[in-house]
Each structure stands twice: as C-alpha cells, then as structure tokens.
Design a binder for this molecule. Structure first.
Ligand SMILES: [Zn+2]
Length: 192
C-alpha cells in the first residue's frame, strides 16, 4: 500500500527494522553461523533441548525465553521512553534482541555456554533460529502491550515456571548460569 503525502515518516521505523535484520543476518553469517540445522530436516519445531537440533530449527523451548525478552523490553521502554512512538520502541527492542543474538553467537559466548552450562554440544544458533528468536521477542513486546503490566508479570512467572519443570532451564537460569555458573544446578539440569 502506498502512503499519501505526509505519511511517509511512518514507514521509517520499518525501514530501520529491515536494515537491522539484514545487518544481523550478515553479521551472524560472518561469525560462521549456519543457515539451518545440519540435519537438513524441515521440522519447524525441535522439542528436545538436549539434542543437536536445539536452536537449529525455527522454534524450540528456548523460543519462549525470547518472548519473555520482548515482555521485559516493553516494560522497561514503556517507562523509559514513554513519549517515543510504539513503532520506534519496537524497532529499539528488535535492535536490542538482534544485538543479543549476535553477542550470544560470538565464539567467546558459545564456548562459555559449552563449558559452564548444559549447552554441551552447543554450536551457536542457526541463522533461521536467530531470526525466529527475534520474531518471538516481537510477539512478547506486542503481547505485553495488550496484557498490561499485571498480566505480563503473570505470564512471565508462569512461563519461567513451566520451562523450569519442562526443560530444567529458563531465562533466569540461562542468564545466571552464563554469568555465575553453579555446579549443583548444572548437575540437576543434566539429569533428564
Ligand atoms: Zn535438526
């Protein structure tokens, strides 16, 4: 659809998003990430986080942690940048999430995951998986806007709880184990 005169300004956030995503794909590829799971199967979902297919297909249990990123970003930005338009805040959230994906897939962090956490055979995310993670963040961001603070908090806590029992990992543990690995937690996570 074409915008009438005077409305072009509204498309700039989406131009920025497009450029951000293109730069992210380029950067991930330069860092040596593969496009798709080495197994070649076209499954959209990979449910076993202890398998080599984790973070290689489109969605997996960790996708939900990226929805939580979006919820957290919305909560922070709604307060910090209350006067910024929703589109620009969303663009900023996508930028942050893209930066996280690039950082998470640097050789240093991949090595850290392999040594300190349950990501024993972790080889970094596939590029398609990273893009899907960003999509999940966008979903979380939009969800948080619809739900408001109280229900966003409920959704956050419930999701963390479900992930903890389901795959013995969640956003909180993921960050904790990356920064301050605890052997007892790692041993518990490895038993499945
Ligand atoms: Zn696979």
């Amino acid at each position: 659809m074409m915008y009438r005169d005077g409305h072009q300004g509204k498309s700039w956030p989406w131009v920025a998003v497009g450029a951000l995503l293109a730069a992210t794909v380029y950067q991930l590829h330069s860092q040596g990430r593969i496009w798709w799971c080495a197994c070649g199967k076209l499954n959209l979902w990979a449910g076993d986080i202890w398998s080599a297919h984790n973070s290689q297909h489109v969605f997996d249990p960790y996708s939900f942690t990226h929805v939580l990123h979006g919820i957290v970003f919305y909560g922070i930005m709604a307060r910090l940048f209350a006067r910024m338009s929703f589109a620009w805040r969303l663009c900023l959230a996508i930028g942050l999430e893209a930066a996280w994906e690039v950082f998470e897939n640097t050789p240093f962090i991949i090595q850290r995951y392999r040594e300190a956490t349950i990501g024993l055979g972790y080889e970094g995310d596939s590029i398609v998986n990273s893009m899907a993670d960003i999509l999940c963040c966008v979903i979380g961001f939009i969800l948080a806007r619809q739900l408001g603070l109280r229900w966003s908090l409920v959704l956050f806590v419930v999701t963390e709880g479900v992930l903890l029992f389901w795959v013995r990992d969640n956003l909180t543990l993921n960050i904790l184990m990356l920064i301050y690995p605890i052997d007892t937690i790692k041993s518990w996570q490895m038993v499945h």
